[in-house]
Design a protein around this ligand. Sequence first.
Ligand code: MG
Length: 361
Amino acid sequence: MKKITSIILAAIVSITSLAQSDAKLKFYPYELQLKHSFNLASLSRTSTPGVQLEITIDSITGYGEASMPPYLGESVESVMNFLSKIDPQRLADPFAFDDIHNYMDSIAPGNYAAKAAIDIALHDLTGKIMGQPWYRIYGLNAENAPHTSFTISNDTPDELERKLEESQPYSIIKVKMGVPGDRELIEWIRSHTDRPICVDVNQGWKTPEEALENIIWLSNKNVIFIEQPLNKNDVEGHKWLKKHSPLPIIADEAVQTSADIPLLSEAYDGINIKLMKCGGLHDAFRMALLAKGLGLKVMIGCMTETSCAISAAAQLAPLADWVDLDGNLLIANDKFQGIQIKNGKVTLSNLPGIGVIPLKH
Ligand code: MG
């Protein structure tokens, strides 16, 4: 009895000390160097900006990251500015995700990448305190994680051959359409491999009729789904397309947080969840459950980011029908060792939290 009492007392003391601990917050810009320069018609770039973040409580450190694609309107400056307003002591109970997200929302709306950096680090930290990876805390089976896709973009014939070679370990190829030469690229890939293709249009088709014509052309080419064919605001156009399309239509730009899902459930067959769109795992998990409850397919995507944010997103992979988690494969100076892709499949580790080990650079 005495022993049990002392264990309970020790537990109370440790919980109390956790609640009273100092939280230390550190964040800094980190430029991601791209392995291959990105060649889009309008720009060519060799690096992309990011922000790295650490929260330390009782000598346990959780790692987080913000990556900021320009279309979401965040920048290194806006992320650094938002994070500088956070009082680290409001993070002292790292399990209080709801309160902490409400606190962050009270500082400013939006800023989802900045909020995701905090959220990812809190998940890493709390997973480490519990000694479990988050996919296990969610009750998911790592074996159910699907295969990930590898993006091949249009390029010179030599570069296309190289990209095809690089894509060999992956069982699914992703292609951007809605850009000049897109049908030629699909034909080129089909003449070299019969692996299935996911198509991402990035809002590039102008009318539902144009989209349907393209989708019908794609429908006998072993294409799995079409991502964001029309403008994100064209809900009616997508509703019409969903009724007529022989292939599933997935929302990406049209869906940011869980609050967007009910309106979209009749316009799409599935949603692409990204931590940087929705502010981290707290809402991403809610999005996945809500989507599944409404009968929608779930895809987990990413931005160009290190294995930190990729490994965090991968914790939800067993819930997903498809994952597109290749952002870390594009960069030369990854700061972390995280999830592995084995034979094209997302492979989760038993490491606690989000499952990353920092690398020295
Ligand atoms: Mg997309």
